[in-house]
Design a binder for this molecule. Structure first.
Ligand code: SF4
Length: 364
């Protein structure tokens, strides 16, 4: 078996949690390796082979229609690469993305891609960089309507742009202004209006609130939840912050060094986390469940994805690591917390009793 095949997670499914709700997005064994080798002459002189970064390594998950699946993890864990793979900005090294039954790999020409592209859109982290500063807001929001040929008549486009601006709680008159005349939160609203202009069903949101103040973050998250309810949208939400995804997620997947180490319903992940890395991320955020626990900063640093640690990638930072963890990559197993999945030898061996966990955290 190849390294890639070995490192795949098993097929993750949300059907068990929501019988009868069709998965709109199915990601299976998604893998992306980037070649970061020095030029061939340098490699020849040094006698080195090619250098690859395993940015995403066998990630699988499904998102039911109308739900939010959040991917969380520290910077460099591969979550933003997953977002770009899902919308087709990168092509995978291995694995596939299926959107509403259509494999993205089968869309070879721009003509084949256009109708699917219309149905999925992306919102980026930086609302300052993602809007053309020379265009009026009305032209920015109208651009996808024109690009997809949704409306021809100028007045109809104008009316639709006004509706979209009001849908994101701006005014139709704001279309006359330029992006620099708005605050960060308002610019992110403009980005959302532009994303909604092509009537999509699926939005991939890559850290959409991380450049904003905390109070503005909450407003944007509330707006996104309202839009989901009004329009039946499905979200893939990317964030480094579990406290942010707490308010918006139906499902949460936790990534570490390119791999999905745990996923489950949001309530299982927040109330009964299984993987030591999920526990570590949760311990670092405010006490959202009001359980009275103290906050513990995330310890250690993410190792280089060029030379990831052997066995379980998390073992150098894990208080529960043993020899097996250093040698053997953990398989994906059903989570004892619910219908999700987890990759951890200690969970499989039932070593993580509450007493052991509390002792490791220095609470007893
Ligand atoms: Fe820790 Fe071992 Fe589980 Fe990895 S497999 S998270 S090192 S206990």
């Amino acid at each position: 078996m190849s390294d890639l095949a070995e490192s795949r997670t098993g097929p993750a499914g949300t059907e068990a949690l929501e019988p009868g709700v069709r998965p709109l997005v199915e990601v299976t064994g998604l893998t992306k390796h980037f070649d970061v080798s020095p030029p061939w002459l340098t490699r020849a002189v040094r006698g080195e082979g090619r250098t690859k970064v395993r940015a995403v390594d066998g990630v699988s998950f499904k998102i039911p229609a109308g739900r939010t699946f959040s991917l969380v993890g520290e910077s460099g864990c591969g979550k933003s690469t997953v977002a770009r793979l899902v919308v087709g900005l990168y092509s995978p090294t291995q694995g596939e993305v299926v959107f509403d039954g259509i494999s993205m790999a089968n869309l070879k020409s721009r003509r084949q891609m256009a109708p699917v592209r219309r149905r999925l859109q992306m919102i980026f982290q930086d609302p300052f960089a993602s809007l053309n500063p020379r265009w009026r807001v009305a032209d920015i929001v109208a651009e996808p309507i024109r690009a997809h040929g949704l409306l021809d008549d100028r007045q109809a486009v104008q009316r639709r742009v006004g509706e979209l601006l009001e849908q994101v709680r701006l005014s139709a008159r704001d279309g006359e202004k330029f992006p620099h005349e708005f605050s960060g939160g308002q610019r992110q609203r403009i980005s959302i209006a532009r994303a909604l202009a092509s009537n999509p069903e699926f939005l991939v949101c890559d850290e959409p609130t991380s450049a904003l103040d905390v109070s503005v973050q909450a407003q944007i998250l509330n707006l996104m939840k309202d839009l989901q309810r009004e329009l039946g949208l499905t979200y893939l939400f990317i964030s480094h912050d579990l406290a942010v995804v707490y308010h918006i997620s139906d499902y949460v997947g936790v990534m570490y060094l390119g791999r999905l180490v745990e996923w489950g319903s949001a309530s299982d992940i927040f109330r009964r986390p299984q993987h030591p890395y999920t526990r570590m991320l949760l311990d670092a955020i405010p006490d959202l469940e009001m359980s009275g626990r103290q906050r513990i900063p995330v310890a250690g640093e993410v190792p280089s994805p060029i030379h990831p640690p052997s066995g379980c990638h998390f073992h150098p930072r894990c208080p529960f690591a043993n020899e097996r963890c250093r040698l053997e990559e953990p398989p994906t197993i059903p989570s004892p917390a619910g219908d999700g999945e987890v990759r951890c030898h200690a969970v499989e061996e039932r070593r993580l009793t509450e007493e052991v966990v509390q002792q490791a955290l220095g609470r007893e």
